[in-house]
Design a protein around this ligand. Structure first.
Ligand SMILES: [Zn+2]
Length: 369
C-alpha cells in the first residue's frame, strides 16, 4: 500500500511520549523504517537510526532527523487527598494549563485526568484573569486519596501528556497536541517510503531522536554513531499569520516548509544555528527546480538540535526544514498537511540527487589536512 501521510500522522499523534519515554513512538518508527532499511538500531538513549543508500566507504554521509518526544509533565507529589502535583518537562505553554485535559502513563495503563482550575463562580476579581503558576496547579484523576492514586498505577515519576486528539480544520489544516514533532516523524517515514526501490548516491541515515524538548542534545550519541557530513533536521516553527504575530515575521502556514536561516535561544542556553549560505542556496535551488514552495525563516527564541550538532566532530554542515505551526507547545497546535507534503517532496529530491549537488564543503571538511 502506498504511503498515507494523514493516517501515518494520525497514528503517531495517538501516542504519548514525553522526553525519556519515547518508546511508543520509537516502536512505530523502528518497525516502519526497518521495512526497507539496510539496518536499524537503537542506541542506549533510545535514538532510532536507520541506514539506507550507498555502501561505498567514501560515500557522502547524510543524516535526516526529527525528534520523537513531546512537551509534557511528570508527577512530583501525590497529595493525601489524591490530587497530583506535577513538574513541567520541556516547555508546555503555562497559560494553557488550567482546565486542560491530560493522560498519565501509569504502570497499569493510561489514566485520564484534568488540570484543576478554581471554580469560576467562586473566583474573585483578578483570579478570573490570572493563570496560576505550575506550583499552584494540580491534576485531578478522580482518586479519593493517595492510596487510591497509587492503586491506579500512578506514582512519583509517572509521565503525563496533554490530551487533544487530532481534528481536521479547513484548508488542509490539522489541530492536535504533539504536532511538534510528529509532523517531523511523519516526514521521516514519508521520505523512507519515497526512496524505497531507488538507488542512492549517498549513504543516508534516517534518525528519530530523543529528548529534544528536554535538553535538545539527546541526538548527540547518534551523531557519534553516524558521523555525518551533513544533517537535515525537521521540526516545527511558529507560524506568523495569527493576529498576534502577523507583524513579526514572514513565515506562514500553507506556503511550504521554512528554511532556517537563523535560530537562537538566548535564555541560558546561548545556542542556535546560523545556516551556511551554501546550504541555504542548495535547499532553495532544489526546491525551485521541482516547483516546491519554501520560505525563509529567522526565528529567535527557537532552538533545535542543530545548534549542538554543528559543533561536533570537525564541524558538521546543518540544514533545518521547519513546518509552520500555530499555537506551539499548547494542546491545540495547528499545522498544514500541504506543508508536510511539500517537506517530504523536498527531502526526497534532496537525497535522491547525486552527491555532487550537495554543498561541496560537506565533503571537503572530511579531507585530512
Ligand atoms: Zn520540536
Amino acid at each position: 500500500m502506498s504511503f498515507d501521510t494523514l493516517s501515518t500522522l494520525t497514528q503517531l499523534l495517538s501516542l504519548d511520549a514525553i522526553p525519556g519515554f519515547e518508546g511508543p513512538v520509537a516502536d512505530v518508527m523502528a518497525s516502519q523504517l526497518s521495512q526497507h532499511a539496510m539496518a536499524v538500531r537503537r542506541d542506549v538513549l533510545g535514538n532510532v537510526i536507520a541506514r539506507y543508500g550507498s555502501q561505498k566507504p567514501d560515500a557522502l554521509r547524510v543524516m535526516v532527523f526529527a525528534h520523537m518526544d513531546e512537551v509534557g509533565f511528570m508527577v512530583r507529589k501525590i497529595e493525601a487527598n489524591g490530587f497530583i502535583r506535577f513538574e513541567r518537562v520541556g516547555g508546555p505553554a503555562q497559560i494553557t494549563m488550567p482546565g486542560a485535559t491530560v493522560n498519565l502513563q501509569g504502570s497499569k495503563g493510561s489514566i485520564p485526568g484534568c488540570i484543576g482550575i478554581k471554580s469560576y463562580h467562586f473566583s474573585k476579581g483578578d483570579e478570573r484573569a490570572q493563570s496560576p503558576s505550575v506550583d499552584r496547579l494540580w491534576i485531578d484523576i478522580g482518586a479519593a486519596n493517595r492510596q487510591d492514586a497509587l492503586d491506579m498505577g500512578i506514582q512519583v515519576g509517572t509521565p503525563i501528556t496533554l490530551n487533544n486528539p487530532p481534528r481536521r480544520l479547513g484548508n488542509d489544516l490539522i489541530c492536535s497536541k504533539a504536532l511538534d514533532n510528529r509532523l517531523g516523524c511523519t516526514a521521516l517515514l514519508g521520505l523512507a517510503d519515497r526512496i524505497t526501490g531507488k538507488e542512492l548516491d549517498i549513504a543516508l541515515f534516517i534518525v528519530a531522536a530523543v529528548q529534544e524538548e528536554f535538553n535538545i542534545r539527546g541526538i548527540l550519541p547518534a551523531i557519534n554513531s553516524v558521523r555525518p557530513d551533513l544533517t537535515i533536521g525537521i521540526d516545527i516553527t511558529p507560524s506568523c499569520d495569527t493576529p498576534d504575530l502577523a507583524d513579526y515575521a514572514d513565515l506562514v502556514i500553507n506556503q511550504g516548509p521554512g528554511i532556517t536561516c537563523l535560530n537562537y535561544h538566548g535564555r541560558g542556553t546561548l545556542a542556535g544555528l546560523i545556516t551556511s549560505p551554501a546550504v541555504i542556496s542548495w535547499l532553495e535551488t532544489t526546491a525551485a527546480k521541482h516547483q516546491i514552495p519554501v520560505q525563509r525563516e529567522v526565528a529567535p527564541g527557537v532552538i533545535t538540535e542543530s545548534g549542538y550538532i554543528q559543533l561536533q566532530q570537525e564541524g558538521i554542515l546543518c540544514a533545518g526544514l521547519s513546518i509552520p505551526c500555530r499555537y506551539t507547545h499548547s494542546p491545540s497546535e495547528v499545522a498544514s498537511l500541504r506543508d508536510l507534503q511539500h517537506c517530504i517532496d523536498l527531502l526526497a529530491h534532496l537525497v535522491l540527487a547525486n552527491a555532487e549537488t550537495f554543498p561541496l564543503t560537506a565533503k571537503a571538511l572530511r579531507s585530512p589536512l
